[in-house]
Design a protein around this ligand. Structure first.
Ligand SMILES: Cc1ncc(COP(=O)(O)O)c(C=O)c1O
Length: 370
């Protein structure tokens, strides 16, 4: 039985092996492992790719979000509105600043935070709005920016899953106060460990993040504030600089696979395929369907050697750290949707024949041919 992996990163390395090996050897030979020209070169290329004046490489997206919220003045007593359907780190960034996470329910067709629900959650304590371009599908940012703009509330884009996605011809991460990116290995632009970045046009945010992430200093022995060690490693920057040249091509390959899935799965009544907003270009970090008998389907696919994932099984307000089961009923849409979502195999080098096998097995499951 031919297996279909949920994700396989090795082909990315094979495609760039010569360049990556040479870049790593160069870092090792110079023994310059922290900061330096390679980090700056990558930051400049990233800023160009995203379309912002500044890009600051940092240790991961959790710290990118944590430090950017801090730069926006978020602290104890403040509220930050975000989605209940995201990876837990989005919320950790709020908690790390001593603020309160307020969840706004999602749009069930796109899985993205609903602008109308955000508007209903704004209070005088709302210090920032933190939408997440989940699965690589851009949120309805125009509407969110309109709602936030009326009250002068900054919008911080969590772009961890959406490197290269576009809205109206502009890249995500370039339209709010700042955009935070993750280079976790399986992300659309992944390094070989943890990495992240903050992209922004705002010089104050860029300066603060650069300083805070490097022990509160811009000069070697002058610490202007108490900061932390949240820098991007040079080895990662060297790899990322090379992989960035492939981002658009690999995202196009993801879109090919997503289009194939959507066209084929739309014919199966028990499946709802993901929708996107008008005038956007998604980058399909994950391809997530809503499926009847989701758990049985996942088990069946597993028995056929096909990997799937759950992103995410529990809405964040129901996590023990956020209140847990006593909050059930607060956000009905996400609570329903999380019972039905299933992530299908998705990575740039996934063969269309393998994607076809996934679709065929899903069809077999529902037609009772299994
Ligand atoms: C939406 C979202 N935000 C933030 C993060 C945190 O990223 P990192 O692992 O780089 O800290 C992730 C990672 O899973 C994510 O998916």
């Amino acid at each position: 039985m031919q297996k279909v992996a949920f994700v396989d990163l090795y082909p990315q390395y094979l495609e760039l092996k010569g360049e990556i090996d040479a870049a790593l050897e160069n870092v090792i030979r110079t023994s310059s492992f922290i900061g330096g020209k390679l980090v700056t070169d990558f930051e400049n290329a990233l800023a160009t790719s995203v379309g912002t004046k500044f890009a600051v490489g940092v240790a991961n997206a959790t710290s990118a979000l944590w430090m950017t919220l801090k730069a926006l003045g978020v602290g104890p007593g403040d509220e930050v509105i975000t989605t209940p359907l995201t990876a837990f780190p989005t919320v950790e960034a709020i908690l790390l600043n001593g603020a309160t996470a307020i969840f706004a329910d999602i749009d069930e067709k796109t899985f993205q935070i609903s602008p109308q629900e955000i508007e209903g959650k704004i209070t005088p304590r709302t210090k920032a709005i933190l939408p997440v371009h989940l699965y690589g599908i851009p949120v309805n940012l125009k509407e969110i920016l309109r709602i936030a703009g009326k009250r002068n509330i900054p919008v911080l884009e969590d772009c961890a899953q959406a490197q290269g996605a576009e809205i109206g011809g502009k890249r995500v991460g370039s339209m709010g106060a700042a955009g935070c990116f993750s280079f976790f290995p399986s992300k659309n632009l992944g390094c070989w460990g943890d990495g992240g970045a903050v992209c922004t046009d705002d010089e104050n945010i860029a300066r603060f993040v650069r300083m805070f992430s490097n022990h509160g200093r811009l000069e070697k022995f002058t610490h202007e504030i108490g900061g932390a060690n949240e820098r991007l490693d040079t080895l990662h920057a060297a790899i990322l600089r090379i992989k960035l040249t492939k981002l658009d091509e690999w995202n196009a390959q993801r879109r090919n696979i997503a289009n194939f899935y959507t066209e084929a799965l739309e014919k199966i009544e028990e499946i709802q395929t993901p929708q996107v907003y008008e005038d956007t270009v998604p980058v399909w970090h994950l391809y997530v369907i809503r499926a009847q008998k989701r758990d049985e389907l996942a088990n069946y696919l597993k028995s056929k050697g096909i990997g799937t994932g759950l992103h995410y099984p529990l809405p964040l307000h129901l996590q023990p750290a956020m209140g847990g089961e006593k909050r059930r009923g607060e956000l009905p849409v996400v609570e329903q949707v999380t019972n039905e979502i299933l992530s299908l195999p998705m990575y740039p080098h996934l063969a269309l024949d393998d994607a076809k096998r996934v679709v065929d097995e899903i069809a077999n499951f529902y037609s009772g041919k299994c």
